[in-house]
Design a protein around this ligand. Structure first.
Ligand SMILES: [Zn+2]
Length: 204
């Protein structure tokens, strides 16, 4: 079963996705303070010697864990292609073409060879054709615009973007409350990038 449990800290900040096996381990070590959200599965454990009864643990979709409260917002979320492509709605930000992950690449708006950084605010999803054509040129020199400006997601947005399976409704609701108000992942701020072709073709 591929269900993921959202682990949060004692202050209620979303921390990470954990497998159900890891969640069982946290319960077993008595590290779970409280649980929230729907019950996602019931796990049977060992038999009690005295009573002969089998233990049963019900796992909820969100678990709050004890321990030192470290604010996840203090560190930058890792830059991965999967989360980057999700941020950009799997759309090439140069030509508006929708592409599966395998046909997208990470393009550095200010090329690395010109001092650009490999960071969230300098990278966009690009189809291979646009990436090749852009090469090591800066976009100002090409006279093209980006369909959307690159940004760094906050930690809750990153958790939503980096999850590879289905996020349960109550987990998503929980994460959304920790998105910034102007988050592009919120339906009210979301603009469809697909097929918004402002640069039909990069010069090549
Ligand atoms: Zn393109």
């Amino acid at each position: 079963m591929s269900v993921s449990i959202l682990k949060i800290n004692a202050a209620g900040r979303a921390i990470e996705w954990v497998s159900w096996q890891a969640a069982v381990g946290l319960h077993a070590r008595n590290l779970v303070s409280w649980t929230y959200g729907e019950e996602v599965m019931a796990v049977k454990g060992g038999y009690c010697r005295q009573t002969g009864l089998q233990s049963k643990l019900t796992l909820n979709s969100i678990i709050a864990c004890r321990g030192k409260v470290v604010d996840p917002g203090r560190s930058h979320p890792p830059l991965t292609n999967q989360a980057l492509f999700r941020r950009d709605q799997n759309v090439c930000l140069y030509c508006g073409l929708f592409c599966p992950d395998a046909e997208l690449s990470r393009d550095h708006v200010k090329p690395l060879s010109r001092g650009g950084l490999d960071c969230w605010t300098n990278v966009v999803s690009a189809c291979r054709r646009c990436n090749t054509r852009k090469g090591n040129t800066e976009i100002e020199a090409l006279g093209v615009q980006l369909l959307a400006l690159p940004y760094m997601p906050n930690h809750a947005e990153y958790l939503a973007l980096s999850h590879s399976g289905r996020i349960l409704g109550d987990q998503m609701q929980f994460l959304k409350r920790q998105f910034p108000s102007q988050s592009r992942l919120l339906p009210e701020n979301q603009h469809t990038l697909r097929n918004r072709r402002i640069n039909p073709r990069l010069p090549g």
